[in-house]
Write a protein that binds this ligand. Structure first.
Ligand code: FAD
Length: 678
């Protein structure tokens, strides 16, 4: 090793010491994504960027899946269009904060922070957390800030990251404006939680900064120009510019910002019922540098269905073949997708065009209403939460559906394309718990996805999920079963070949996200797993891992591994034929308990009922230091299971409910009770 190598190793060790997560370090060291270079501004010093660009408001976001980023951008845009503020909207990942104490106190700060896992910061915001934990008392008395957190109340450490930011900033002398806002994904109320918080914060800002409110008028951040013809620099929907033909063949490193285009080498239907579908897909990662650990997540980058793209083009009367380029007018704001590109590519690959519409979006649309009667309707819906719920949300309308409904089927030609680009969120990767084991399947990643396709009770059409229907389309095409869909037709179809045939032969862009869902190191430690529905996915991976370990050395002594699985009936019993094979290898150390909730003529049984039935066995395992894992539905299941464990601990220890609750919390903090719920 020469001295440069030694230096590199030393730097990596220091980074590992600081950030603890290899994924974050890989991003920092190896990522060559365009946006990592501090948003064109040339500096990572946040205060320098604010001052050099004459910004008078700072919005910071820490985002794991893109939702916090989306809210931060909406908030920033509203601040500039309503109050003419010059806002810097910054991803926490891209800046350093050592000079934050020098931020002028009239530059107010709003922080949008999502919580990941057990009250953790998103990966990209971990350096910000390190900064906050090491900043001295009263070192940030200049800071006037507000916070909106994005979380899920099913988790023990609800909005944990945002609450930590508040605590750290207040102990550093920062001054909180209004109160902390908390969006709750578990109740589906994030949008309304945000609007309530935003209204109170904007009123506060108006007062504090003596702002004059102006009429909402869209001003584009980008200079838009059309181009005459497609060449190798024009993106046709490539996941990033690294995949353009004008670039050298991209061989990695593959990260969350630069996905790997993985071949799906095998896929099959798991349900035997005709009405519902669950797809098992195997992604080949052998020709990438991607590695994963059992329990990690796979991010799948979807594209929109052809029917939805067509509907969107029609509503706004857009020509998919228009080629255009965007140039940012503000060097702190980056272009949201690879440019130049085409209108059709943007709608298919880069914008979230389906999914619910937000009430706030309607407020921004008022300025483009085609006539006074529609303007009146839009204004009412934008202001009236209940009317919006009844007229739009409860009908499962996406943006195009909602606009066609309001205009009685007429097109909305007056909405500028730039407005749509800047206001519709970016199409985000969807995450899946990996259902293979990195020990037994080093070169493939398995995913188990239930297809989102339910009849819309209000309109008669179907409510469909983007990614899961794409995976079903691939499964049917790959197995040449497209003609077998008479009983359960495909609600939507996709361009499976992708831009310039990049996805031909069943490929999709993917990346691995590290999770904290990990089997105990000591194989003798008992393991209790609860995973109804596709919640069983990571447990298939766990059990395959134990099978691989035993097959490698059959003298090892495994602790008890007990799995509680729940399904409706035999038809959606996932991997039914596999579990008995695992039991043959693992013997008595593996036990499976299945709860059926919809077998005609029998009582509904859920996983928590099974847990209750076996409470004395569970108590024995807990006394031996068992680890608990819960995966699946974030709604009721995770809470019901937690309550069941509280009861078991209460009885076992002879303590009261509050003490048992504290015990469950302590188990969670110690990583001995892990949840992976969505
Ligand atoms: P989306 O397009 O994201 O739609 C989401 C839902 O909204 C669907 O039910 C859809 O029908 C509905 N919808 C669509 N349009 C509208 C509208 N206009 N109004 C209202 N509702 C609408 N899922 C699995 O199946 N298996 C797993 O192992 C798994 N693991 C996960 C692990 C993690 C950490 C997380 C966060 C999630 C996991 N999920 C898993 C869920 C998964 O990420 C996706 O959310 C899910 O598959 C749906 O994705 P989609 O793109 O098909 O649906």
């Amino acid at each position: 090793m020469n001295s440069t190598d030694l230096l590199t190793v030393a730097v990596i060790c220091i980074l590992f010491f600081i950030y603890k997560k290899w994924d974050v370090i890989k991003e920092l060291i190896f990522s060559n994504d365009d946006h990592i270079s501090a948003v064109n501004s040339g500096s990572r010093d946040i205060v320098q960027v604010v001052l050099e660009n004459n910004k008078n408001y700072l919005v910071l976001f820490g985002s794991q899946t893109g939702t916090a980023e989306d809210y931060a951008k909406k908030f920033s845009k509203e601040l500039s269009s309503k109050f003419n503020l010059n806002v810097l909207c910054a991803d926490l990942e891209l800046y350093d904060y050592d000079t934050l104490s020098e931020l002028p106190n009239n530059v107010l700060v709003s922080i949008f922070m999502s919580t990941y896992g057990e009250g953790d910061f998103p990966d990209g915001a971990i350096p910000f957390e390190t900064f906050l934990t090491t900043t001295g008392e009263n070192s940030l008395t200049n800071l006037n800030f507000s916070i909106f957190g994005l979380g899920n109340s099913t988790y023990e450490f609800y909005n944990g990251a945002a609450r930590k930011v508040l605590k750290y900033l207040q102990s550093a002398g920062g001054n909180l404006l209004g109160s902390i806002g908390e969006g709750d994904d578990a109740t589906g109320s994030t949008d309304e939680d945000y609007l309530t918080w935003k209204e109170s914060i904007m009123a506060e800002l108006k007062n504090k900064l003596h702002l004059e409110e102006q009429e909402h008028k869209f001003k584009s951040t980008f200079k838009y120009e059309t181009l005459p013809e497609i060449n190798s620099h024009v993106s046709l929907g490539e996941p990033t510019s690294k995949y353009l033909p004008s670039e050298p063949a991209f061989t990695g490193p593959f990260t969350a910002a630069q996905p790997f285009i993985a071949p799906i080498i095998k896929s099959h239907e798991l349900f035997t019922s005709v009405e519902r579908n669950c797809i098992h897909s195997e992604f080949d990662i052998s020709s990438s540098n991607i590695s994963y650990s059992t329990g990690d997540h796979l991010g799948i980058w979807p594209s929109n269905a052809t029917e939805k793209v067509q509907q969107f083009l029609n509503v706004f009367n857009l020509n998919p073949d228009t080629i255009f380029n965007l140039v940012s007018q503000d060097k702190t704001i980056k272009v949201p997708f690879p440019c130049p590109t085409t209108v059709g590519a943007v709608i298919r690959h880069y914008l979230e065009i389906t999914g619910p519409v937000s009430r706030q979006f309607f407020e921004h649309l008022i300025q483009f209403a085609p006539n006074s009667s529609i303007k009146e309707k839009l204004t009412k819906l934008a202001k009236d939460k209940d009317a919006f719920q009844q007229e739009i949300t409860s009908k499962y309308f996406n943006l195009a559906d909602a606009l066609l409904y309001l205009s009685g089927g007429s097109k909305w030609e007056s909405i500028p394309w730039e407005f749509l680009i800047e206001n519709i969120p970016k199409l985000q990767p969807r995450y899946y718990s990996i259902s293979s084991s990195s020990l037994s399947e080093r070169n493939t990643i398995h995913v188990t996805s239930v297809v989102e396709n339910t009849p819309n009770p209000k309109t008669g059409s179907n409510i469909v999920g983007v990614t899961t229907n794409l995976l079903r389309n691939i499964q049917l095409a790959q197995n040449k079963q497209l003609q077998s869909t008479e009983i359960n037709p495909l609600p939507v179809h996709y361009d499976l070949n992708g831009p310039r045939d990049l996805f031909a032969n069943y490929k999709l862009p993917v990346h691995v996200r590290q999770s904290t869902f990990r089997l105990p190191q000591n194989i003798e430690t008992p393991v209790i797993m609860i995973g109804p529905g596709t919640g069983v996915a990571p447990f298939r991976g766990f059990i395959r891992e134990r099978v691989a370990q035993v097959e490698k050395d059959n003298s090892i002594k495994l602790g008890k591994h007990i799995l509680f699985y729940g399904c409706r009936n035999e038809q959606d019993y996932l991997y039914q034929e596999e579990w008995s094979k695992y039991a043959t290898v693992l013997g008595e150390s593996f036990e499976m308990n299945v709860a059926f909730s919809r077998v005609p003529g029998t009582k509904k049984v859920y996983v928590q009922d099974k847990l209750n039935e076996m409470s004395s066995d569970i108590w024995d395992l807990l006394k031996k230091g068992a680890y608990i894992y819960v995966c699946g539905d974030a709604g009721r299941m995770a809470k019901d299971v937690s309550r069941t464990f509280i009861n078991i601990l209460q009885k076992g220890h002879g303590i009261n409910e509050a003490e048992a609750l504290e015990m469950v919390k302590a188990l969670k903090t110690a990583g001995k009770y892990q949840e992976d719920v969505w």
